[in-house]
Design a protein around this ligand. Structure first.
Ligand code: ATP
Ligand code: MG
Length: 174
């Protein structure tokens, strides 16, 4: 649909709320303007409200690559396998040029835990079809990724109710 224009690389990082929310907002905007979206959630494996978009739009595909458990300091073999599978699949999606927008939600966390190499990600981004827009999210973006991106927004936490013990809420955080 949007194959006649250039796609850019966007990074949403930082410790404040809004990274996944912004990626979802942009996905909606693309869908409602007739484009297609592939939304991959790395390091996740639990049901989220946003999965409902799949039944509302046949141009929206969402897939999760994770075990459903939080990755702690020592990722398991299963975490590694999921991240690797996710990366290989996203790579084929990005190289195919089939989707206008590809979201790699929380892929930056996979890099932080050394489940995926940042150089591999950058080389994948460079080989994408020119019209594919890509969003990568996650807290601590490595400088190589920031340099490779066209747009970087850091969500800065000024205050977050998480710090007062409020857990993730359905419809607000997931
Ligand atoms: P959102 O999906 O609401 O836009 P986000 O994508 O910017 O948020 P993530 O880094 O993906 O934020 O956070 C995932 C979840 O981690 C949040 O829903 C929240 O419950 C929890 N969280 C928030 N702040 C912290 C924190 N400082 N440390 C650990 N977990 C946090
Ligand atoms: Mg998020």
């Amino acid at each position: 649909m949007h194959k006649d224009r250039k796609g850019y690389i966007q990074v949403y990082c930082g410790n404040g709320k809004g990274k996944t929310t912004a990626a979802l907002g942009l996905s909606l905007r693309t869908l409602l303007s007739g484009g297609s979206v592939y939304f991959a959630q790395f390091c996740k494996g639990s049901e989220t409200a946003e999965m409902g978009l799949c039944s509302l739009f046949d141009t929206f595909v969402m897939e999760q690559y994770g075990t459903g458990k939080f990755i702690t300091n020592n990722p398991t073999e299963e975490d590694r396998k999921q991240a690797r599978q996710g990366f290989e699949h996203c790579k084929s999606v990005i190289l195919s040029g089939y989707f206008d927008l590809v979201v790699l939600d929380e892929i930056i966390l996979s890099v932080f835990y050394q489940l995926i190499n940042v150089e591999e990600i950058i080389s994948m981004l460079r080989s994408r079809k020119p019209w594919v827009e890509v969003i990568l999210t996650g807290r601590k973006a490595p400088h190589e990724l920031i340099e490779a991106a066209d747009l970087v927004t850091e969500m800065k936490k000024v205050k977050h109710y998480f710090d007062t013990g409020v857990k993730a809420r359905r419809g607000i955080e997931y």
